[in-house]
Design a protein around this ligand. Sequence first.
Ligand code: SF4
Length: 318
Amino acid sequence: MAQQARLLTLRRFGKTIRLYAPLYLSNFCRNTCRYCGFNTLSNFQRTRLTIARALQEADIIASEGFTDLLLVSSEDREFISVDYLVELAGRLREKFSFIAVEVYAMTAAEYGRLFSAGIEGVTLYQETYNRRAYHYYHPAGPKSDYEDRLMAPDRMAAGGMREIGLGVLLGLTDWRAETLALAEHAHYLMKRYWQSHVSFSFPRLRPAFDVDRSQFKHLLSDRNLAQMVMALRLCFADAGLVLSTRERAGLRDNLIKLGVTKMSAGSRTNPGGYSHPGDSTGQFEVNDNRSPADVAAMVRRQGFEPVWKDWDAAFSKG
Ligand code: SF4
């Protein structure tokens, strides 16, 4: 599997790894996801970034070399509204060549508004395709509606999004069944919405504020995670495979050679964390704490090119 996954990835993507950074905008949340430190029942000092503060954070990210930005927020529609995202994207367009969001599920019209404002990708995890587990882990709040979440990628495509990011939260249920369901979902979307590009992320449960890890009976090993990455590559030759700093450095380094095409680096998972690292609570513990420059150097050492901007090769930095 490893050899085939490696060959297929090299053939389709060459020796390149796209780098991106997440920008957390808010940790206010209306949901009660049992695995997440931001859930509405957790008691901690919450933070929201004004547009001015978000721009300051984005400036720091841009100064590190990134032009690919992921705007992340918990379900905080009151403050991180569609209007807020539209305005922020308008102000970020000059500095960032690719902007995506990882926020709450929206309507097709709302996704269309984001796309018109220059946001070209959306990542939204189903978390689990197992309905019973889904209802257990999402007992209340807008996210408790399984069907609504399941249909969100269709709405993204209807809204014109170029990149649709799928994923499950690994560790909630059996990873093999989840991988099969994820693949089926992707297959359906690719057949129906050929204009949009589907990518997969591999978020594995990490220790989080006020979350009891003993409730998770399906935590998977590094070997299982690698197998999942390779299996999805073998099934979807053109799909982007994204790995975040949830994973430790050594594993990330190895998975570059087995199918991963995009990585975050230097991430802060707390709103305002780039300018004030210790001032707010993060969504989960980051595992790979290397700087973006160190991650880029590691990518180069492996014989790959770190790609900060993939629209126009003439502007790429190596
Ligand atoms: S996973 Fe997202 S929606 Fe659920 S509690 Fe955390 S931030 Fe809120």
